[in-house]
Ligand binder design. Structure first.
Ligand code: 9MG
Length: 277
């Protein structure tokens, strides 16, 4: 049984710890821009109880520009090669088919694509592997996506986009059990859109594919609390837990320990198997 089979996506909620191997990373100020720093962070997130690690070499924060293929490979692949020797599933956050291929060859078992496999060749690469794929919704591109997001009905538009991408992935040879969906909080959405999506996350459960929620330290939480990016742990945990109550199975987070603790309390309340006397 491989690491990913151990992690039944129908169970959860699982905590996916974020490792940005990017100098311009919005929440760690580029501190982990080297392989050593990324590995150091990975060790800490594993100790804190991460179920999955998500490694990314290209920032997708609002306003960010892309990086070259060579640079993304240089940042990500050495980290994946080392971490895939450990007993934890490795996800790689990329939209480039060449990086997907190299990451899978280096041992990654999940591809996290904010572009939902829309790049030419991406579906074929994932289809011929055994990797799980996270299909995320984004309106626009990171560079300009927050300039003027517009929806008539954000929930139904995001749902129909994801359903369309599921159908294309399945007809391209990726079976249902290898799919994850994600509404893409903060990706071409105003605060109102994000809140509407989070309130209605349970509507995505009907699509019968596990849901990933990425809310950690996002600007929507800054807009609600007035806190800067370094002071959003509590807000992130509150949002993550709400997502769990609405059906999220995977939480993509920076603050693994805090999120795990919250999930343990939640699980004790719903399973009633921790009551002692
Ligand atoms: C890479 N990345 C940044 N935010 C994200 C989110 O909300 N979901 C997913 N799947 N990836 C994200």
């Amino acid at each position: 049984m491989n690491q990913l089979q151990q992690l039944k996506l129908t169970d959860g909620p699982y905590v996916m710890g974020i490792i940005n191997v990017t100098p311009d990373s919005f929440s760690d100020h580029g501190l982990y821009a080297t392989t050593d720093k990324a590995l150091e962070l990975a060790e800490r997130l594993i100790q804190e109880g991460a179920d999955i690690l998500d490694i990314g070499g290209e920032s997708t924060r609002p306003g960010s520009l892309g990086v070259s293929l060579e640079e993304e490979l240089r940042r990500v692949i050495p980290v994946v090669e080392i971490l895939s020797q450990k007993n934890i599933p490795i996800s790689v956050d990329t939209s480039k088919p060449e990086v997907m291929q190299a990451a899978i060859s280096a041992g990654a078992s999940i591809i996290n694509d904010v572009n939902a496999l829309q790049a030419p060749g991406a579906i074929e690469i994932v289809a011929k592997s055994k990797a799980i794929i996270c299909l995320m919704h984004m309106q626009g591109k990171p560079r300009s996506m927050q300039e003027s997001p517009h929806y008539v009905d954000v929930v139904s538009e995001v749902k129909s986009f994801l359903q369309h991408r599921i159908d294309i992935a399945v007809s391209g040879g990726i079976p249902y059990h290898r799919l994850i969906i994600d509404p893409g909080f903060g990706f071409g959405k105003t605060l109102k859109h994000n809140l509407e999506l989070l309130r209605n996350l349970d509507q995505f459960v009907q699509m019968n594919v596990p849901i990933l929620a990425g809310l950690s330290r996002k600007s929507m939480l800054g807009a609600i609390t007035g806190n800067d990016v370094d002071n959003r742990v509590h807000a992130s945990v509150a949002a993550a837990l709400f997502a769990v109550t609405k059906g999220a199975k995977i939480l993509r987070v920076h603050d693994v320990k805090a999120t795990k603790d919250a999930i343990m309390v939640h699980n004790a309340l719903i399973t009633r198997n921790n009551e002692g006397n």
